[in-house]
Design a binder for this molecule. Sequence first.
Ligand SMILES: *Cc1c(COP(=O)(O)O)cnc(C)c1O
Length: 417
Amino acid sequence: MEMPKEGRAIDDVIADLADKRTGDARWQDGRTFGMVYDGGPSVHEVAERAAVMYLHENALNVMAFPSLRSIQSEVVDWTAGLLHGPDTAAGFLTSGGTESIQCAVLAARERGRAERGIRSGEIVVAESAHAAFHKSAHMYDMPIHAAPVSDDWTADVDAMADLVNENTVLVVGSAPQYPQGVVDDIPAIAALAATVDANCHVDACMGGFVLPFVEMLGREVPVWDFRVDGVHSMSADIHKLGYAPKGVSVVLHRTKELRKYQTFLFDQWLGGFYGSPNLQGTRSGLPMACAWAVMQHLGVDGYVELTRTVLDNADRMRAGIAEIDGVRVLGDGQYHLVAMASDPDAAVPVDVFALGDALAKRGWHHDRQGPPDTLHSTVSNTNTGQIDHYLTDLAECVAEVGGSTTDDRSTSYSTVD
Ligand SMILES: *Cc1c(COP(=O)(O)O)cnc(C)c1O
C-alpha cells in the first residue's frame, strides 16, 4: 500500500472516506451501548461549529492562543464546581480518561518522592479499577496491587488495606467503576490512603458528568467526590456523558500544590524553556473548544434533563432484563451502567457471549467483558427511544440462543492491531 504520488480531488477523497465507514458501528441508530454518546441534534451543531473554528489551533502554547487558556480554565473550574472541589481546586484538560489517570498517578508518585522520600511508590486498586491504572503502573514502572471486590462488586476496602504499606503513594476508588457501575466506598478508601499519607484518587471518568445531575434529580448517591476530605485528585471525562466529541477529560487536584506534581518543567533544552501540563506536547484546541461549547449550550439544566432520560433508559433496561428468564443484572448499580450475565438459577442458563452474537446480528452492540462473562452497556442518551425495541429483541435472542454456546470467549473492550 502506497500513498498516492499525485494528490487527489477533495470530492474523491471524501467519497472514499465515506465508503470506508460502511462497516462502522451505526451509533446513530441508537443500538450501540457505549463508545459514542449522543447529546442530540443541537449538541452536534454547537460542537461541529466549535470544531470548525478550532480545527487548526494548538494548545501547546496558550500564550499564542490565550482563548485556549481561558477555555481550559473555565471548563476545569465548572467541573470542579460540579465535583464540589474547594476554592483551591486546580486541574487541566487532557485528551481522555486514560491521560487524566496517568497524570494523577504521576502526581501521586512525585508527591511520594518529594514529601515522603519514597523511591519506588506503589499503587493499590481494586480489581474493578480501570485498566488505565495498570497501564500507568506499566509505563512508570510502579508496583501495583489489586484487591478483589466484595459481593456487591464495590472495592473490598479491608482487602485493599492488606495491600497498603509504607511505600504506597496512591489508593484508588471509582465513582462508579466501569464493569458493574457501582460506586466504591470513597470515605473508607480516602481514610485508608490517609493512614500512610498516600494520595487518594477518585476515578469519576464515567460518573463525573452523571452523578452530579443524578443528585440534583433527588436520587441518592453515596458520597463520592471532593466532599470527602481525604480525596486528593479526581478524573472526569467530558467525552463520555459530558456529550463532547472525543478527546477531552478533566484531571482535578484539591490544591495547586498537589497539581504541580503532574507538570513537567525543563530548562536545559536548546529549544528554550519547556513546560508541559499533561502528557501531550502539541495539543489540539478542537476538543477543548467543543467541550466548552457543549457545556455552555447544555448548561446544568440541559445535563439534568439528559440525565433524567439516561436514568429512565437504564432503569427500564434493568427492569426488562430482570423479567427475562436466563439472564440477570450483576450488582445494584443505580446509574447508567448495566452488566448483564447468565442467571445460574435459570431453567436454561444463557451463554451471554452467544447472546451477544445474536444481538449483534440485529445491530445491537455491547462490550463483552469478564470475569464473569458479561455483556456490558453504557446506557446514554444515544439509546433514547430504543430500549423497548432492545428488550423485545433481547427476549427473542435469549429464546433463539437457548442452551447453545459459542467457542469465542474473547472479551473486547478494545483491540490491538
Ligand atoms: C472510560 C473510563 C476510563 C478511561 O477513559 P478513556 O477516555 O477511555 O481513556 C477510566 N475509568 C473509567 C471508570 C472509565 O469508564
